[in-house]
Design a protein around this ligand. Sequence first.
Ligand code: GLN
Length: 508
Amino acid sequence: MSTLDPTSLDVPAIQALLAAGATAVDVTQAYLDRIDAVDGGLGAYLHVAGEAALARAAEVDAARAAGGELGPLAGLPVALKDVFVTEGVPTTSGSRILEGWRPPYDATVAARLKAAGTVVLGKTNMDEFAMGSSTENSAYRPTRNPWDPDRIPGGSSGGSSAAVAGGLAPWALGTDTGGSIRQPAAMTGLVGHKPTYGGVSRYGLIAFSSSLDQAGPMARTVLDAAVLHEAIGGYDPRDSTSIDAPVPVLVKATGEGARGELAGLRVGVVRELGGDGHTDGYDAGVLDRVRETVELLAGMGAEVREVSCPAFDLALPAYYLIAPSEASSNLARFEGMRFGLRVGDDGSHSLEEVMSLTREQGFGPEVKRRIVLGTYALSAGYYDAYYGQAQKVRSLITRDFTAAFDDVDVLVSPTSPTVAWPIGARVDDPLAMYAADLCTLPASLAGLPAISVPCGLSEGLPVGFQVMAPALADDRCYRVAAAVEAALDAARGARFLDQLTDRTGAPA
Ligand code: GLN
């Protein structure tokens, strides 16, 4: 079944197979077989919806045979981060406190993907309540990086990144509060995009930090990511922060980028994110790849200049006050009464005791740390000094972006200061874990779109290049990412031809 080898298929390749007569059941089965074969070791999925997926694929095949109306993504498998509620399908957000819960409805993004004809393979592993950068905070099991099983796949959407990078799903949805789509994409050689805040519905997304949370695509190519983003994006009256604007036109922008149409584009390289005087904690290999990528863009006609955004230096402390503050409020709903786990409900405990036992056993250490931190930052007497101050920093960061975008069209940086680190290396050091988010936090705090696109390897591991744009200009991220992708593909092709020539002694 070499034509149905999931490790080598992007979305157009699957669509070509479907057009040539492969059934959606064949395609789905190929992914389920791959999951069966390797997920025991990888840990990408928390729940595999095998039977439901095959039944859904059979429906698509029947509709096709009957000449019925097919959705634009008919028969394409997809994986969903376990933070999205899915009707009748277990949804845990990576936490024991939601173990056994089967939601009564679909998140808007899940409903949109269903309506488009996709086949949901299952729910992917994640850091508990999306708090983490390595997927080691999952209450169930860690996920491994398909590039090197002894390393983390990034987080918190590490199940989604490992699934796509390992060929256990063609593409997947993740969520990004402070970097959780972009960083795991960078760690596994994928494309990951955090949309403009409000560009994709949060309805049915289990809330971590509501003013930051945003769902988005994780895929093998920029085009695949754009297709998935267009399918989930756009206004949703059920999310009060949803922007009432047309779905952004992304696939077209991807085509323009792939053709190298960048002449005149003004690119700002952010000094505070790995530039002169700001290289502490960055891998030299990461900085090299990013520098080469910037040179590539200049070679395509982009005007490159360095830009300073001084408040970015404060993004980390501001984020780690704002996000836990919002989390401490959002997570109050998990009290053992309405969803999932309930501990001590044997008649010998009071209501308060049941709630506290449930939370004691249901939440993991990082979630507890965040709740305590957030509650402290919001408490009377400390509110102004911590939460209030962090909100001021958030405004300064937004102001830096606004000033920068007066002069440039996009800002670029590494996605992550380092490549994927060994499993276990940072679990006892929360600050080292938080430092992984250095480059992704500014766009999160300002609500701006940002993409991570692979830009080569360092120490044999993938490096991500981040492109940030003004609100609602997600298309710029895709255009630049597609240009980078195409240029690197061409360079790889040229290297391959060189090697071929070396070996055969003649031009290929
Ligand atoms: N790593 C960051 C955190 O732990 C971001 C997580 C996210 O984007 N969900 O909060």
